[in-house]
Design a protein around this ligand. Structure first.
Ligand code: ADP
Ligand code: ASP
Ligand code: MG
Length: 814
């Protein structure tokens, strides 16, 4: 004899019921089978909602009833297209008695738990009828038996307690004489000793199946559902979750108790003592192995933590006060009060000082619990020995489960540090002495992030998900998007980094996709996106609340740079190509650095100096390893280098600058480059990163531009003045040539002060042969005393700048 239970989705459509019948048919060829069915998916909820509407005198119960009716009739019609008259009539009669019940509730304006059970019992009664009739119409040897004749309970409506001896006898007596190969039983419903319809609690069909399996002492119980077993986390919330092949009863119970809805928690109890294995299988994929639950936890040593689960809608209640210390009986009175009101306590922690007890319950019970507790402790509260109970809502419990966690060290540390790194506040913690379960209470809004982050840390082969948000999709930004898409596969395979671009924005529009924007259509998607705003972008990144989020600023916009602090405070990493933040006031720069440390959110800006060249990274390595910078000499402007390399007696200064701008080597406003401001910002950043407190005004800047150039009111006007003052630039060139030198715009830092300016460089100097748009940086340090550490290469251009940003993003991944 086999017992198979099929859930709501499995009997939720014509197609799925056909699969169920095929499975049952195959099984029944070997030995008789018992099939427990749930209501058609979603029907129990609909029945309850219709009941509530009716009770509130809201006519909306009528269309809802029609919907319930249509669903059942059309499934029947689809399964038994011909000669279904008798079945159809039976179903219609049942539905009309359901309608009368709803009308009655509407009329008397009342829905008691007893009536509610009667109401929802229609779900399983109808589904089991349809499945049985379909099988009979296919000449299968099937019968339906009403479980209410077998399972006897008390009158605790909506979650009745089973009378095991009577129910066991009824079940074994009935099946001793059952002749049919296939018996269909409605799950979830039962009957009280006084003959009333009762139910076993939401999700209770699993329990029905377990009761039958235990009463008949079958070899195994199969729970057929819409997923391939019990997963490492709820697959609807954690995409990377995967089925666990083996679990112990204890682990399965912990997981289901803490929200893994795939198995109704009480279902384990009846089969546990008889050692009947539970096998969870997928109706849509019968070949998949699924999960086998037994009392064997021998493979637990390999994997200490088995899965993570969560329960939403939790309220945390705290009873505290000095009057509790050392006085026995407080907890007893507290929990007795809750028990009297039948309030289930999911989670308890008590501080060792005994000064407070904190416990978690279902949010819907919070008011009832609070008012009763305040009455119980009325006296102590009035004497100010304890405070009135504190209630916090919108919380969720997450629980990491595994029988053998106790044999491994550092698991809770790993769990809590993962939460901390993702800026998830932990409200309370509970870890049983058995260490089979470590649970934490967190805000509901953080659940998805928490589950994904913990899952990644414990259950994914070190693969790290990076969620990238890019603002500024011009030349460089576009290249960055392309590079990320191009490298995706490599990153995943070689570096175990799963990178996806979740948000993109330019100055006009922005677009988001939590599963990653398409590598093919991102441009169109961005163009047809919503209206862009700097704050709006931040709010979206924050609300999406994804783990390992990285904000990338590829603009040159001051307003964008002003919002970095907001990102860092949410533990969102910032990667900036934009130099404004790091070259703004020292206090702002150091505040961002401090926020980065405080919130554990990297703040990287390698591309601020030398585009893709590893200048800042090298500098950081030197400092971190204990070296000290004594001086820096550098050519840091790719654009100025380009200009002075091309400029000679045969060219015009104006034309060369125009060309540099056209080829993308200058800032949108070339004055920022030519005035030396851009170079000053760069050497300022290097000085600051060397550990010196400095501001832009402290940098000596000897300009090679004319007064006319400086006074220009616009970019166009500036170009005009370049033409007028051509002679001045020719003179600069002449002088250098006569001295056998090259003109280079040089930045210098001597360990304390910094300066920038145009210099004539003699042939033996390393800067002399610097070509094209190249940059060069020479670090003189305590270790590199005579011969400097030199970094040289292309210091401008979209491709290399994008790759510098990319390198920063990967640094975060590592
Ligand atoms: P049925 O109607 O078949 O009884 P349920 O909806 O009660 O199915 O349970 C199956 C659902 O449980 C899955 O679709 C999934 O969303 C949810 N679930 C939650 N946690 C887990 C988990 N750890 N493993 C598998 N499923 C889970
Ligand atoms: N139909 C019931 C419910 O939705 C029981 C079950 O599906 O297990 O709760
Ligand atoms: Mg279920």
């Amino acid at each position: 004899m086999n017992v198979l239970k099929f859930g709501g989705t499995s009997v939720g459509s014509i197609e799925n019921i056909k699969k169920v019948i095929e499975i049952l048919d195959n099984y029944s060829k070997k030995e008789p089978v018992i099939c427990v069915v749930s209501a058609v998916g979603g029907i129990t909820d609909k029945l309850l909602r219709a009941g509530e509407f009716a009770q509130q005198k809201n006519e909306n119960y009528l269309p809802l009833f029609e919907e319930i009716k249509t669903i059942h009739l059309s499934i029947l019609e689809g399964l038994i297209p011909d000669q279904n008259e008798a079945a159809k009539t039976y179903l219609e009669n049942k539905l009309s008695s359901l309608k009368s019940l709803l009308d009655g509730i509407h009329l008397i304006n009342e829905l008691s738990p007893k009536t509610s059970d009667k109401l929802v019992s229609y779900g399983e009664l109808l589904s089991s009828f349809i499945v049985a009739e379909t099988m009979k119409s296919q000449n299968l040897d099937a019968v339906r038996k009403n479980t209410q004749d077998l399972i006897v309970t008390n009158n605790n409506f909506t979650k009745a307690e089973v009378n095991y001896p009577t129910s066991n006898t009824n079940i074994s007596e009935y099946f001793k004489n059952a002749a049919q190969k296939i018996t269909i039983l409605p799950g979830f419903i039962a009957r009280s000793t006084t003959g009333e319809t009762t139910t076993l609690g939401r999700g209770g069909s699993d329990f029905t199946a377990a009761l039958v399996a235990a009463a008949l002492r079958v070899n195994r119980l199969e729970i057929w559902t819409d997923v391939s077993g019990m997963y490492t986390a709820n697959p609807k919330i954690v995409k990377q979750a995967y089925p666990i092949e083996k679990l112990s009863y204890r682990e399965a119970m912990e997981l289901s108790h803490f929200g893994a809805k795939v198995l109704y928690p009480p279902s384990v109890q009846p089969v546990l003592s008889l050692n009947i294995p539970i096998h969870i299988k997928n109706t849509s994929d019968p070949e998949a192995y699924g999960t086998r639950i037994t009392n064997d936890n021998s493979n637990g040593f390999l994997k200490a933590a088995k899965a993570i689960s969560n329960i939403s809608n939790i309220a945390l209640l705290t009873l505290q006060g000095t009057g509790m210390i050392g006085i026995p009986g407080f907890s007893k009175r507290l929990f007795e009060t809750l028990a009297q009101e039948k309030i289930n306590v999911i989670f308890i922690t008590q501080a060792s000082s005994e000064h407070s007890i904190c416990f978690g319950i279902d949010e819907k019970d919070a008011e009832l619990a609070a008012s009763n507790i305040n009455i119980t402790f009325e006296n102590e509260i009035s004497l100010k020995k304890i405070d009135p109970i504190i209630v916090e809502k919108d919380l969720s419990i997450i629980a990491l489960v595994g029988d053998n966690m106790k044999n491994h060290q550092g698991i809770s540390g790993k769990m809590f540090s993962t939460l901390g790194q993702n800026n998830i506040n932990i409200r309370a913690i509970a870890q049983g002495a058995s260490e089979k379960n470590i649970s934490a209470v967190i805000a509901e809004k953080d659940v998805k992030k928490a589950l994904n982050a913990i899952h990644e840390r414990f259950f994914e082969d070190q693969t790290k998900q990076l969620n990238v948000f890019i603002t500024g999709v011009g030349n460089v930004g576009e290249k960055l998007v392309e590079q990320i898409h191009q490298q995706k596969k490599y990153l995943k395979e070689q570096l175990k980094i799963n990178m996806r671009i979740v948000g993109l924005s330019n100055s006009r529009t922005m677009v988001f996709n939590e599963t990653g924007l398409s590598s093919k259509s991102w441009k169109d998607d961005l163009n047809s996106g919503e209206k862009a705003s700097i704050n709006g972008f931040f709010e979206r990144v924050k609300t999406l609340n994804l783990r390992n989020s990285i904000f990338v600023d590829v603009t040159a916009n001051e307003d964008v740079s002003k919002i970095y602090a907001n990102y860092l405070k949410e533990s969102i990493a910032v990667v900036a190509c934009n130099k404004i933040a790091c070259s703004s006031t020292y206090s702002n720069y150091s505040q961002l650095k401090n926020l980065s440390i405080k919130y554990n959110a990297p703040f990287l800006f390698e591309t601020n100096v030398g585009a893709g060249l590893p200048v800042i990274d090298t500098l950081n390595h030197l400092i971190n390893s204990g070296d000290r910078i004594t001086s820096i000499q550098a050519v840091l402007s790719g654009s100025l280098n380009f200009v002075f390399n091309k400029f000679d007696a045969t060219t015009k200064f104006h034309d060369i600058v125009k060309q540099a701008q056209k080829e993308g080597y200058t800032e949108p406003d070339p004055r920022i480059d030519l005035s030396g401001v851009d170079v000053a910002r760069k050497i300022l950043i290097l000085a600051r990163e060397s550990g010196v407190e400095m501001n832009l005004e402290d940098i000596e800047n000897t300009s090679f531009l004319t007064e006319n150039n400086h006074k220009s009111s616009s970019v166009d006007d500036f170009y005009e003045t370049l033409i007028t003052d051509e002679a001045h630039f020719q003179k600069l060139y002449e002088s250098a040539k006569n001295n056998n030198c090259q003109l280079k715009y040089v930045a210098e830092f001597d360990g304390k002060t910094a300066k920038v300016g145009l210099k004539e460089i003699p042939p033996q100097h390393p800067f002399y042969n610097l070509e094209g748009k190249d940059n060069i940086v020479m670090f003189y340090t305590q270790r590199y005393r005579e011969q400097p550490l030199i970094i040289k290469g292309a210091g401008a251009g979209a491709e290399v700048t994008a790759s510098g940003l990319f390198a920063d993003i990967i640094r975060i991944g590592n």
